[in-house]
Design a protein around this ligand. Structure first.
Ligand code: MG
Length: 235
């Protein structure tokens, strides 16, 4: 397996509310982008990822089995938010990839993204953005380019930890040998086009260098948000 991961505060923010996690042994790869005033965003994303890491992953045999780790992560954030006035309303995006045999299960809440990048440079987004602009793009009322500049691009329609229950999208793919799976937060999506992500992943000597270059490029273009990318390939 090849793996690369990097998170960065960016050039405008003072704190990093994103989390990136990659564990080859668990076959678990995660990005989370927290939100909520004060320290809420940071705490929400870290709490959610910790709940996932603690989950007994050998129980996951089918894509629908991802509902349980998401439910636990949701409850962990929801309960922590309920215990403190200053953390009230905090939440996080959560996009994960779990390797199960030759398959990769994807679980997703929010507007972080998962892509599969094929050896020929073609790529496919595996997740729907749970955001107001994401819905407008799916309805054909905004282009992807317009969405990246839209003033309301940060408005989520679904997040983890903001309600006692969470709605999770799950899907499964069987990657071809040289396919690369890329997870990232909107701090990368809003600065770097997917064709550029594919180009960098396919033409870097290893995936850690690719992750470093992607974060570097997002920062060169302004680094307006925290930037996180987690990349892996089964071969
Ligand atoms: Mg963000």
């Amino acid at each position: 397996m090849r793996v690369g991961a990097r998170t960065d505060v960016g050039r405008l923010r003072t704190s990093n509310q994103d989390v990136g996690f990659a564990d080859e042994r668990l076959g678990l790869f995660v990005v989370a982008d927290g939100m909520g005033g004060h320290n809420g965003g940071e705490i929400a994303s870290q709490t959610a990822v910790k709940a996932l890491v603690d989950f007994p992953w050998d129980t996951v045999k089918e894509p629908r089995d991802l509902q349980e780790p998401f439910a636990r992560a949701n409850l962990a954030v929801w309960q922590k938010a309920g215990n403190s006035e200053s953390l009230k309303g905090m939440g996080t995006t959560l996009t994960l990839a779990k390797v199960v045999g030759e398959k990769v299960f994807i679980g997703h809440v929010g507007d972080s993204r998962a892509y599969v990048i094929h050896g020929d440079g073609c790529s496919k987004q595996l997740t729907d953005d749970h955001s107001v602009v994401g819905q407008l793009v799916r309805d054909g009322r905004l282009t992807e380019g317009e969405a990246r500049l839209h003033p309301q691009r940060n408005l989520l329609t679904n997040a983890l930890g903001t309600h006692p229950d969470v709605m999770v999208d799950v899907t499964s793919i069987r990657p071809a040998g040289d396919d690369i799976i890329l997870l990232c937060t909107d701090g990368l999506v809003n600065e770097v086009a997917v064709d550029e992500m594919a180009e960098i992943c396919l033409h870097s000597s290893d995936l850690q260098i690719a992750a470093d270059r992607l974060v570097g490029l997002a920062n060169e273009r302004g680094g307006r948000d925290n930037i996180t990318v987690v990349i892996f390939s089964l071969k």
